[in-house]
Design a protein around this ligand. Structure first.
Ligand SMILES: C[S@@+](CC[C@H](N)C(=O)[O-])C[C@H]1O[C@@H](n2cnc3c(N)ncnc32)[C@H](O)[C@@H]1O
Length: 194
C-alpha cells in the first residue's frame, strides 16, 4: 500500500508509526474488492491508507486514546464514509458473522520484564511475547474469508518459530514476505493464507 498525502496526528500515549508500521504498510496488498480489518490500529496510519483503496475498513484497538486518534484522522482525511473504528480486545467485539478478506496486526511483541509502564499495551505481548499474537490468530481465523490473507509483524526478539508453527497448525499457509534488520532486532512480516 502507498501512503500518498494525508493529514496525520499522533496523540500522547498512542504508538507513533515506526519502522515496523512502514514495513507492514508496504507489504500489504489490497485492492478495491477487499474488506480490510486492522487490529491494533494505533493512530490509524495503516487503516487510513487501506481506506483509500479497499471496499471497507474496520480499525480496532483496545486503547480508547488510539480509537479517538484514529477516528479523528479518518475524518480529517475524509475516509470515514467507508471505514469505522471499534474499541475492542482483539476481535471480541465483532459480530460472529463478520468476514474480511484481509486482516492485519502489528502487535505488541516484547516479553514481560517485570516492570509495569503506561505503554505496556503497545509493547508487551505476554509472558514470552507471543501470547497476544496467538490469541489474535485464534480469533482472526473464523473471521477470515476463504482464500483470505492475514499479515502479522514479528520480531526476532520474540519466538517467530512458535508463531509460524501456530499459524500452520491453524491451516494457514505461511510465508515471510518482508524483512528489515535493525540495531538490536530483525522485523519480519508473516503472511498467512487460508
Ligand atoms: C505496536 S502498536 C501498532 C500501532 C499501529 N498499527 C502501527 O503499526 O503503527 C500495537 C497496538 O495494538 C494495540 N493493542 C494492544 N493490545 C490489544 C488488544 N488486546 N486488542 C486490540 N488492540 C490491542 C495497542 O493499543 C497499540 O495501538
Amino acid at each position: 500500500m502507498k501512503l500518498g498525502d494525508m493529514k496525520f496526528e499522533i496523540d500522547d500515549g498512542v504508538y507513533p508509526p515506526a519502522e515496523d508500521t512502514y514495513l507492514l504498510l508496504d507489504a500489504i496488498e489490497i485492492d478495491g474488492t477487499d474488506s480490510f480489518l486492522e487490529v491494533g490500529c494505533g493512530a490509524g496510519l495503516i487503516s487510513m491508507a487501506a481506506a483509500r483503496v479497499a471496499k471497507t475498513v474496520i480499525a480496532i484497538d483496545s486503547s480508547l486514546d488510539a480509537i479517538k486518534n484514529t477516528a479523528r484522522n479518518f475524518i480529517a482525511n475524509s475516509v470515514d464514509g467507508r471505514s469505522c473504528v471499534v474499541q475492542s480486545d482483539l476481535l471480541s467485539a465483532l459480530a460472529r458473522d463478520a468476514r474480511f478478506s484481509v486482516i492485519a496486526f502489528n502487535p505488541p511483541y516484547l516479553p514481560e520484564d517485570g516492570i509495569v509502564t503506561e505503554m505496556d499495551h503497545v509493547f508487551v505481548g505476554g509472558g514470552s511475547g507471543v501470547e497476544l499474537t496467538e490469541r489474535f490468530i485464534q480469533q482472526a481465523i473464523p473471521h477470515l474469508e476463504k482464500s483470505g490473507r492475514i499479515y502479522i509483524v514479528v520480531s526476532t526478539l520474540a519466538d517467530i518459530e512458535r508463531i509460524t508453527n501456530f499459524m500452520e497448525s491453524q491451516n494457514l499457509q505461511v510465508n515471510v514476505i518482508a524483512e528489515a534488520q535493525f540495531f538490536f532486532e530483525a522485523i519480519r512480516i508473516l503472511k498467512g493464507r487460508s
